[in-house]
Write a protein that binds this ligand. Sequence first.
Ligand SMILES: Cc1cc2nc3c(=O)[nH]c(=O)nc-3n(C[C@H](O)[C@H](O)[C@H](O)COP(=O)(O)OP(=O)(O)OC[C@H]3O[C@@H](n4cnc5c(N)ncnc54)[C@H](O)[C@@H]3O)c2cc1C
Length: 341
Amino acid sequence: MASAEDLRRGRDGTRRMLDDLDSLSLATQTCRDDSLLSLLTGIRRRKAGQTARLMDWLARQEDGLQAPAIDPDASGGSEGETAKRASKAVETDASPSARSADPVRRPPTAEAGVIVIERLQITPELLIFKVPRPLDFSFSAGQSVKVGLGDITRSYSIASAPHEPVLEFFVELVPGGRMSERLRRLSIGDRISLGSAKGDFLLEPSYRNHLMVATVTGINPFISMLRDCVHRNLKGYRFHILHGASYQAEFGYREELDALASDHPELLTYVPSVSRPDEAANAGWTGSVGRVDTIIANYLDRTGLDAGSTMLYICGHSGMIDLVERNYRPLGFRIKTEDYD
Ligand SMILES: Cc1cc2nc3c(=O)[nH]c(=O)nc-3n(C[C@H](O)[C@H](O)[C@H](O)COP(=O)(O)OP(=O)(O)OC[C@H]3O[C@@H](n4cnc5c(N)ncnc54)[C@H](O)[C@@H]3O)c2cc1C
């Protein structure tokens, strides 16, 4: 007969697995990529089988019936009748009243965590991953959130905009970094926890011109602000994004930014700049060259932007932020910074 502790662990396990199924349901509803959809559907089917097996075991224990001897932590399970039962449970779960009537089930929350639904390796040291946005999680474009993986938490800026059904992160995998080494092994289906959104690195609406300077992943808050501005159809803003990296492959959002700049030149100018133009990895590069802090002066000269009409935002490595602040604060620019290290 199961002990009270076994039952508690069984209920906790069921709750976690049902949360995962909720997240996977949301992900399959919003996924537009056929191969990712088939992967997610496979994961969901396997999890449904495991969940149903655990639910069978719990139900038998709670009915006082003799259950087959299985470990409540076990994650294996056949996918026959039990999978059908859990799949049915997932479908029934779409009804909010069904959720609240069942004490074991609850909607996905930031605290309970969410599972990774997409993972894109941009370079060996750069990763984009996405999770469904929990129902109780809201944020403003430009904010960051503490992401937890096991017992480690680190802050990451959210690259997606507040209206999107997913939260998107673009992360640099720092060699030897504790979180970075875990993120290197991150897989679709892994669970991360989320704190609440923090920070005042937000668009300053009283300015017309927004000069945004970033190193590599420092682009994230600017992607969020830009997507938000386009979604809300805000008029009268002009974004100037200067983006620095050592290598051309590191501009994680280049395609999106180039396309937006070409479709809406009145809204965005995007200038990616590589600092090591002579290296083989930058062969064929025809764009701007030089560290991002060194191309600002020329950009200001060319465009005629001045301190009175321009808000300056700087995000990424602290060394770059210090250099830019030191040069442009004395010229009267109002500056906001977000330091990643
Ligand atoms: C508000 C905020 C938002 C952030 N947003 C992002 C983001 O969107 N994307 C992102 O990739 N990172 C972001 N960071 C940085 C992130 O929180 C971690 O610091 C980073 O992922 C390293 O964590 P780690 O555990 O792997 O390294 P740790 O084990 O904490 O550190 C290992 C070593 O690496 C050094 N180090 C830490 N960060 C960096 C870095 N970026 N570059 C070089 N060396 C470093 C440390 O000084 C230390 O010596 C943000 C930080 C803050 C404060």
